[in-house]
Design a protein around this ligand. Structure first.
Ligand code: C2E
Ligand code: CA
Ligand code: CA
Ligand code: CA
Length: 279
C-alpha cells in the first residue's frame, strides 16, 4: 500500500484499526463476563429414537450480555479460542454443569449424563482432564454423569496433542462423543483406537432425510459402521416428525433436535428429567 494514494492508505488504516478495536473490546467484555459470571448453561435432551426415553442432555453455553441480551456461542467461542479465554470459560462450563447435577441430585431428581462441548484449544498438558477431575470431586459427582463432545474435525486436526488426553479422560470413565460427524475426515482405525462411545451425525445430514434416497443411504452406512465399532449413533438437528419416522426405520439409536426439545434453562429441564420420556 506504500504506492497507493493517501486516501487509500488512510482507508485501510482506518478499517484495520476499527477491526482491532472491536476485537479488543469484545475480548475485554469476555474477560469481564468471566469475572462477573455472565454465562448461563442451556440444556438440550437427547432421547432414544424408538421410545423417546431420555438418555442424556447436552450443555450449551449462553452469554447473558449486559446490553446485547442473550449471545449465542457462535458469536464468541472463536474469539475466546484465539485469545486463550476458552480455557477459563471451558472450566467454568464444566463447573456449572457439575454444580447443576449436584443440585438436581439433592432435589431427588434422577439425573442422566450431561455432555459438555470441549474446544480442541483446551487440550494442553492434560489441563482438561485435571479441571474435569477437580470439578467432579468438588461437587461429588461420579465420572459416569459427565461426558464430553469433541468435533470430528478437531480430533483429526490436532491428533498428537489430543490422543493421550482423550485416552486419559476415557479411562476416568468419561464417555466421549464425536460431534458434527460427517463434516471432518476421520479414520476408522483412529476412532476405534480412541474407543469413542457416541457418534453425533451433523444436522446437515439429518436435514437431507426425506429429500431423496441419498440421506438415508448415508445414515444406513454410518449406523452399520458405528455398530461394528461398538458406538451409538445420534442424529443431530431433528426438526420434523418425518425425519424422526425415517430415523426410526434406519435403527439410528438416538435423536436430538428442536422436534424433540429445544435447549432450555436448567429449571425447565428438571421437569423433563422427572418425566423421563419425551414422546
Ligand atoms: P453443537 O455442539 O453442534 O450444538 C448443537 C447446536 O445446534 C446448538 O446451537 C443447538 O442449539 C442447535 N440445535 C439443536 N437442535 C437443533 C435443531 O433441531 N435444528 C437446528 N437448526 N439447530 C439445532 P448453539 O447452542 O448455538 O451452539 C452452537 C455451537 O457452539 C455448538 O454446536 C458447539 O460447537 C458450540 N458450543 C456450545 N456450547 C459450548 C461450550 O460450552 N464450549 C464450547 N467450546 N463450545 C460450545
Ligand atoms: Ca455438541
Ligand atoms: Ca454437533
Ligand atoms: Ca468407550
Amino acid at each position: 500500500a506504500k504506492t497507493g494514494s493517501k486516501g487509500q492508505f488512510r482507508f485501510y488504516d482506518h478499517t484495520l484499526y476499527e477491526d482491532i478495536k472491536m476485537r479488543l473490546n469484545t475480548e475485554q467484555e469476555l474477560q469481564q463476563a468471566i469475572k462477573e459470571d455472565q454465562f448461563l448453561i442451556y440444556y438440550q435432551p437427547r432421547v432414544q429414537t424408538q421410545t423417546g426415553k431420555l438418555l442424556g442432555i447436552e450443555a450449551l453455553i449462553r452469554w447473558q450480555h449486559p446490553t446485547r441480551g442473550l449471545v449465542l456461542p457462535n458469536d464468541f467461542i472463536s474469539l475466546a479460542e484465539e485469545s486463550g479465554l476458552i480455557n477459563p470459560i471451558g472450566e467454568l462450563v464444566v463447573d456449572k454443569v457439575c454444580a447443576q447435577l449436584a443440585s438436581w441430585r439433592k432435589q431427588g431428581v434422577e439425573v442422566v449424563p450431561v455432555s459438555v462441548n470441549v474446544s480442541p484449544h483446551q487440550f494442553n498438558e492434560g489441563k482438561v482432564k485435571k479441571s474435569i477431575a477437580a470439578s467432579l470431586a468438588k461437587h461429588g459427582i461420579p465420572a459416569s454423569l459427565l461426558e464430553i463432545e469433541l468435533t470430528e474435525s478437531a480430533m483429526m486436526r490436532n491428533i498428537g496433542d489430543i490422543f493421550d488426553e482423550l485416552t486419559a479422560i476415557n479411562e476416568m470413565g468419561i464417555k466421549v462423543h464425536v460431534d458434527d460427524f460427517g463434516t471432518g475426515y476421520s479414520s476408522l482405525s483412529l476412532l476405534q483406537r480412541l474407543d469413542m462411545d457416541i457418534l453425533k451425525i451433523d444436522q446437515a445430514f439429518t436435514s437431507q432425510l426425506g429429500r431423496g434416497k441419498d440421506g438415508e443411504i448415508f445414515f444406513t452406512a454410518i449406523v452399520s459402521m458405528a455398530k461394528a465399532l461398538g458406538m451409538r449413533v445420534v442424529a443431530e438437528g431433528v426438526e420434523t416428525l418425518e425425519q424422526l419416522h425415517i430415523l426410526q426405520t434406519l435403527s439410528c439409536d438416538e435423536v436430538q433436535g428442536y422436534y424433540v426439545a429445544w435447549p432450555l434453562p436448567a429449571d425447565n429441564i428438571a421437569d423433563i428429567i422427572r418425566k423421563q420420556n419425551l414422546f
